[in-house]
Design a protein. Structure first.
Lengths: 317, 317
């Protein structure tokens, strides 16, 4: 039986093996993903994002417990900041969410951020696909940070919760403005801290300026203390309310098409670069370019035009 | 006279125009960059990175003033988190560093983070190239966040300062571990806050575990209060000390080659995707793929293999 077939039967160890194969870039993993693809699309994806120190991991842990109480199977994809040199995840799967480690209805996977040319959002899509095929009802994607890739990853989610925390500095104001557009629900975590009410009020004011309307979703600001479990049930209900709105609204169709297009394009981009690297390796082309650039005899813009014309002959006007 | 020639003569307005053309993706901008390329490589690049709320902007402002006292021309590239929808920079150039706005020796440029398929690190390289050609002695690249792109951007810098701040949460511990490898200098800013000494001590301990050696650079932990200007001169001296070490060490050669290779590959990746988009647009190929994926009749992995085989016929085994 293929790995894909085992995953579709709910075999957790097969899913873990397949994810490892995807990480290692084994060609066979692509064949398995091809088999899985037609059988996916059932899981509901929740994105949890916000600045470092906001307590996102604890919140994800509590949300997982809350969905488990409702008999939902929960997959968690945690994107960790990592050493650009070792490439290893800092917060390993083992030390995360210990209390769910014996629960077969919870599947946790940490993804390391990669070097320049590996697509993090693509890895996330692939891992979510495997969890979906495995039968997870809910997939929670947690990203630390506010960078470009993190925003891209959040676009994969049906419902995005932006987690803020009272008392961070000025940059947060800027992030708030940037993050207003991507949040379906705003969470002020560590709500027992000084300034929590003010942070919640500021967020509400900024959201109000966007002119709430009846025919679209109007995000709420919720307060939680994830550490103590306060406000989690309310947050879970609000997530489900957003899901109901989303599934019944006309936007789901466009959302799904855009998501599929991004997935296709990210695989396309990775694959083209991979093929180009193989092609250039044959003739030590890349070495020569870099040497020429170092001597200021070659500029990279002209070099790219030349090699692209050679590799993609049918695509040049 | 071409824009490139005007930039090389130090024309600030021409540089601003060229950067706008780069942003807008005008083909002519590439021709100008080709002309500039051979005349660059003189600027020294300093990266300033760290979590939101660490006071990086204020620190950059102070460093700029400090280098100006030494008669150095300073370019600043600030990467702002932005709305994924509007694409506009939140902290505009205008509201940043007002006190330098009349100084011809300072050139400030905010870069917006872009959507999924625009390369932020490539834009940064291109903008830094223009500043270099314009005659800036020092280029400071400031990134908010700790994401993957931010790490990539930091790799462009000769000297990287990682800015921490006392009293952020648990996630910071993880980020610290990940960020240890990329910092040449560590700065505990807001050093008047409670916990500053402890944060500095923790960082020093983690750095000590890496076994300092005489033949390589051993990062120090500095304390600053950027708001009041405390510790800035010391930081500037330490940056220059790292520069002297770096330029005289054997690693500069490899560093420059790697940087050039990344620059070439990021242009290559963007260009290939652009050509592929144009190619697919002719036949509404992308639309068809997305429709097929939505109907679960096509998987994206097979679709990519097929289109890549068509577009890059010489690169397939």
């Amino acid at each position: 039986m293929s790995l894909a077939e085992q995953v579709l039967e709910g075999n957790i160890r097969a899913a873990a093996r397949l994810m490892r194969d995807i990480d290692d870039g084994r060609p066979q993993a692509i064949e398995e993903l091809k088999q899985l693809y037609p059988r996916t699309g059932k899981a509901y994806i929740i994105g949890i994002t916000g600045p470092p120190g906001a307590g996102k991991s604890t919140l994800v842990d509590q949300l997982t417990a809350s969905f488990r109480k409702q008999e939902k199977k929960v997959g968690v994809v945690a994107i960790d900041p990592t050493s650009p040199f070792t490439g290893g995840a800092i917060l390993g799967d083992r030390i995360r969410m210990n209390r769910h480690s014996c629960d077969e209805g919870v599947f946790i996977r940490s993804l390391a951020t990669r070097g320049s040319l590996g697509g993090l959002s693509r890895s996330t899509s692939d891992v979510a696909l495997v969890m979906d095929a495995l039968g997870m009802d809910i997939i929670i994607i947690e990203t630390v940070g506010v960078g470009q890739d993190e925003v891209d990853i959040v676009k994969e989610a049906h419902t995005t919760c932006v987690v803020m925390v009272p008392g961070l500095g000025d940059d947060i104001q800027a992030i708030k403005a940037g993050i207003l557009e991507i949040g379906d629900i705003f969470v002020v975590n560590k709500a027992d801290r000084e300034g929590a009410d003010r942070t919640a009020r500021e967020l509400s004011t900024m959201l109000d300026m966007r002119h709430p309307a009846e025919d679209r979703w109007n995000p709420k600001v919720m307060k939680t203390e994830a550490q103590r479990g306060t406000g989690i049930d309310e947050l879970t209900s609000e997530i489900l309310a957003h899901r109901d709105f989303f599934l019944s609204s006309g936007t789901i169709h466009d959302f799904m098409r855009q998501r599929k297009q991004r997935h296709f394009l990210s695989i396309l981009r990775d694959t083209m670069l991979e093929k180009a690297m193989q092609y250039m390796a044959k003739s030590n082309y890349l070495e020569g370019i870099v040497t020429g650039m170092s001597a200021h005899e070659i500029d990279p813009y002209s070099a790219v035009e030349e090699i692209v014309a050679t590799m993609m002959p049918g695509c040049i006007d």
